[in-house]
Design a protein around this ligand. Structure first.
Ligand SMILES: Nc1ncnc2c1ncn2[C@@H]1O[C@H](COP(=O)(O)OP(=O)(O)OP(=O)(O)O)[C@@H](O)[C@H]1O
Ligand SMILES: [Mg+2]
Length: 392
């Protein structure tokens, strides 16, 4: 099913490496496994019956063990590798049948690729290196230098345009690669382990940079990684590949909560859940003793809650009150309740990552209220709930 937000959709895509793809395809249809096919025919099934859609403006991460087909998959997307079967639609248009000239056009305008490491030309300046792709495309010098300079500025290398590659750190060189990919303002960036060769700190910084670029420019990014922390940090959705198959696609939270099989589950073992869950995922609705205060208290606290959360008619939080020592009359009177609320209370946003809220929750004397983006009360997170969640 296509949706108007889908920018790239692939359907039933297969890639068989070898000289007898038809034999291998027939064996696949007959139910043979990748291993059986390799043993009998020497053909390698790189990608097996892959179907998915990538939405405009999302960071779509492809993860999987070595040899699972990730690189083959992204190269199929821009037809650097020809699919053995299946269709690839870019903006609703099938690109599997395009001739060389049209395909080149697609690669220039729509999809740029950034590799794990690529050779910068040592004798060319940073600016010339960034402009290199445009030069090959025949863009004239003034124009390509202007676009390359802009791209270098986007990746924080604006000041280094006249340096030479040997004067740059590895991370800076990788940024030049990213800048080169950005010079033709592609709709989609394909990144194959683009940060894997970098030091952890620089890698972290580049991930932040990528998130920023994606947010500012609404670029669609398809990013291969085999690092779960990286995938979870930057990915809106993650596709998990195994043996050429796409096993499961979902948000990090969906994959963690409902892994399709042991393979997916293994990826998420030992992951820091506070980096995956948002405060809103943890706060239970109905948690916390809420008290409505439209003139009369509609549901005065009766349970053993020590704290009450006063909500107005539109569910906005008006105050937090300690219920200890309050008698029934006081509890039934909204004016008196409001007057006795704490002078100030902390709250966290539903969309905050749990890891950023841990300190606030742990240091608070009362269960921290969680507020939706539209300002309404979502629930509370108690220290117990936090501990349970983190130790799951
Ligand atoms: N040009 C090729 N000829 C034959 N087999 C290939 C070719 N390219 C890839 N393969 C095979 O296809 C399968 C998938 O390889 P691919 O490079 O896509 O894996 P990957 O997930 O990117 O692995 P890694 O994490 O190591 O980069 C592997 O079994 C590989 O040996
Ligand atoms: Mg690879």
């Amino acid at each position: 099913m296509t949706d108007s937000n889908d920018i790239l959709s692939i359907r039933n895509v297969y890639k068989v490496f070898g000289d007898q793809p038809d034999t291998a395809m027939q064996m696949l249809r007959d139910g043979s496994t990748k291993e059986e096919i390799f043993e009998e025919t020497g053909q390698t099934v790189g990608v097996f019956d892959a179907s998915f859609s990538v939405k405009k403006g999302e960071i779509f991460v492809i993860m999987g063990l070595s040899g699972s087909g990730k690189s083959t998959m992204v190269r199929l997307l821009n037809r650097l590798i020809e699919p053995t079967a299946g269709t690839i639609e870019l903006k609703g248009k099938d690109i599997t049948g395009l001739g060389d000239a049209d395909l080149l056009d697609v690669r220039r305008k729509e999809m740029s690729m950034v590799f794990q490491s690529f050779a910068l030309m040592p004798h060319m300046s940073v600016l010339e290196n960034a402009a290199f792709g445009l030069e090959i495309s025949g863009v004239d010098k003034d124009e390509r230098n202007k676009r390359a300079q802009e791209a270098l500025e986007q990746v924080g290398l604006g000041e280094h345009s006249s340096s030479y590659p040997h004067q740059l750190s590895g991370g800076m060189q990788q940024r030049v690669g990213l800048a080169r990919a950005l010079t033709n303002d592609p709709t989609i960036l394909l990144m194959d382990e683009a940060f894997s060769a970098l030091d952890p700190l620089i890698r972290y910084e580049m991930q932040g940079e990528l998130i920023r670029l994606q947010q500012e420019q609404e670029r669609t990014i398809i990013f291969i990684s085999h690092d779960l922390d990286e995938a979870v940090r930057i990915g809106d959705r993650i596709a998990i590949m195994e043996g050429g198959r796409v096993v499961q696609i979902g948000t990090p939270e969906e994959l963690m909560r409902n892994p399709a099989d042991d393979y997916v589950e293994t990826f998420f073992k030992g992951v820091d859940v506070s980096k995956i869950l948002k405060a809103g995922d943890v706060a239970c609705a109905n948690s916390g003793c809420t008290i409505r205060i439209n003139g009369s208290v509609q549901s005065p606290p009766t349970n053993g809650s020590q704290f009450g959360y006063l909500l107005d008619n539109s569910d906005k939080l008006q105050g937090v009150i300690s219920l200890k020592g309050l008698d029934a009359t006081a509890k039934a009177n909204p004016e008196s309740l409001l007057a006795q609320c704490m002078d100030s209370h902390e709250s966290i946003n539903s969309s905050d990552m749990l890891q950023d809220a841990v300190k606030t929750i742990a240091n608070s004397d009362y269960p921290i209220p969680v507020i939706e983006d539209n300002g309404t009360f979502k629930g509370v997170i108690t220290k117990d709930l936090l501990l349970q969640t983190l130790s799951r």
